[in-house]
Design a protein around this ligand. Sequence first.
Ligand code: GLY
Length: 385
Amino acid sequence: MGVNGAGETLPDLQGDVEAIKVELGARSYDILIGSGLVAGAGQHVANLFPNSRCAIVSDSSVYELHGRVLESSLDAAELEYEAVIVSPGEPSKSLATLENVVEAVIACGMERGDVVIAFGGGVVGDLAGFAAGIIRRGMGFVQIPTSLLAQVDSSVGGKTGINSPHGKNLIGLFNQPQVVLADTGILDTLSDREMRAGYAEVAKYGLIDRPEFFAWLEQNHREIFVGGPARRQAIAESCRAKAAVVKADELENGSRALLNLGHTFGHALEAGVGYDSNRLVHGEGVAIGMVLAHEFSCRMNHCGPDVADRVRAHLAEVGLPTSIHQIDGHGFTPEGLMAAIAQDKKVQRGALTFILSRGVGEAFIAQDVPPSEVRAFLDEKLKPT
Ligand code: GLY
């Protein structure tokens, strides 16, 4: 039992699977959360897309571990399928890999009423979702996220796309899935590092506008890593938070930007290490970025230092990095980070937009942040400790 940002009691889950609706009119869909959903995926796909053929887009690591379970489930539902396997990792979010996926799906003779199943983490979901949106002007699209990060963030809300040499996610489209199947049991095979990286996005929802959820996480984070009801509850609350934001502003004309808390600094750090996941994975960049966003908020007199201290303490307790200096051989310069921030897609006509905070659960969109203040802050943060 826990509480959400509105102070309401979080419902304990009665059945094996919890359903959360993303309400977007004719494009509404369910996020189903529970253990064993991969083994039951075929029936869910068949209900939504009777007699369809499925293009499973996955990466070689995920498919080796879990592909057989998904295939058996599609066999049981008497659905035909073909698997299109890409290399694991961020480099697969490229035009070259997109072309390979699109051509492979077309070569299989898939039609518009057929379905692309994204079976993997954030990279696969973003890539496959983009492919599903452009093949034959749009095929069916099912998300089966296999990482914590994908279950609580990237598989929900319809953002799909690939990276450009100029920056992350600069080529893509909004393409909502028809269902998200978040199998909480499959997370047992993730490394501790991947779990922690996904947890950064869970904590983010508490920091944006759910202070009671953040307090609940401070008490229950260990159980989330172990599995069971606390894990499912944290994923469900995160998806509820995300669904509410997406319902209010699907195309990010305003309030959806709150979901980027920690991401402006985080993306700059990721760019700074050349997207080398040995040095920094996305969730780690977000964790450091969230601490920086709260420290910068304090510098701009929006909140007291106790807020940044609390954020830093919790993220450190779960084992996430909280300082630039923890990035292996970091080598960042203020100029380099400022250039990456300026390239961020949230820049509008030269003005910097940041997600800042007045307290835990009180994030807000700050436009016209003076670049000179950001630069002075980074100078300070990059000083040798
Ligand atoms: N991951 C940020 C968003 O979906 O808007």
